[in-house]
Ligand binder design. Structure first.
Ligand SMILES: Nc1nc2c([nH]c(=O)n2[C@H]2C[C@H](O)[C@@H](COP(=O)(O)OP(=O)(O)OP(=O)(O)O)O2)c(=O)[nH]1
Length: 131
């Protein structure tokens, strides 16, 4: 089966809220929430891929921090290895705009469990969730 290496950003703002992104009908896994990011290209480090994808998808510059989870999940058509990293916006005054996602939402850590997450994201959500 096809295997892809994917990075996702757990972007945290000044209120300790986390940016959650809803996959659109044009994407695979439509209607599921994820951490913005995408596939790592040949020759790219995970951090480089994440900075590039976040610029493309949200129009913002980030700094990439600590690794949160390294999860391999087998979907029906693809095996995804998802690496998630904490990230911060370089300029907190710029507003992220969804170029591809249906919707973006900043949520508190205690609110994350109410969303329907892509299965590969569950270990990350469990790690950052705070009741
Ligand atoms: N970006 C991102 N992708 C995720 C997450 N969780 C998860 O299972 N995925 C999956 C969905 C896709 O199969 C793949 C990411 O590829 P992508 O974001 O470049 O997706 P895409 O729609 O361009 O690709 P495709 O699946 O339509 O080929 O990883 C996540 O938190 N962030």
């Amino acid at each position: 089966m096809k295997k892809v290496d994917v990075v996702g950003a757990v972007l945290v703002n000044e209120n300790d809220e986390i940016l959650c992104a809803l996959r659109s009908q044009a994407m695979s896994l439509p209607g599921m929430w994820e951490f913005p990011g995408g596939k790592i290209e040949a020759g790219e480090s995970p951090q480089d891929a994440l900075r590039r994808e976040i610029k493309e998808e949200l129009g913002i510059e980030i700094t990439v921090g600590e690794l949160i989870a390294d999860v391999t999940h087998e979907y029906p058509a693809v095996i995804v290895r998802l690496l998630t990293y904490y990230a911060r916006m370089i300029n907190s005054e710029v507003v992220p705009i969804a170029a591809e996602h249906e919707k973006l939402e900043w949520l508190g850590r205690d609110e994350l469990a109410k969303l329907e997450w892509a299965p590969a994201d569950i270990p990350t959500v469990e790690r950052i969730y705070r009741v």
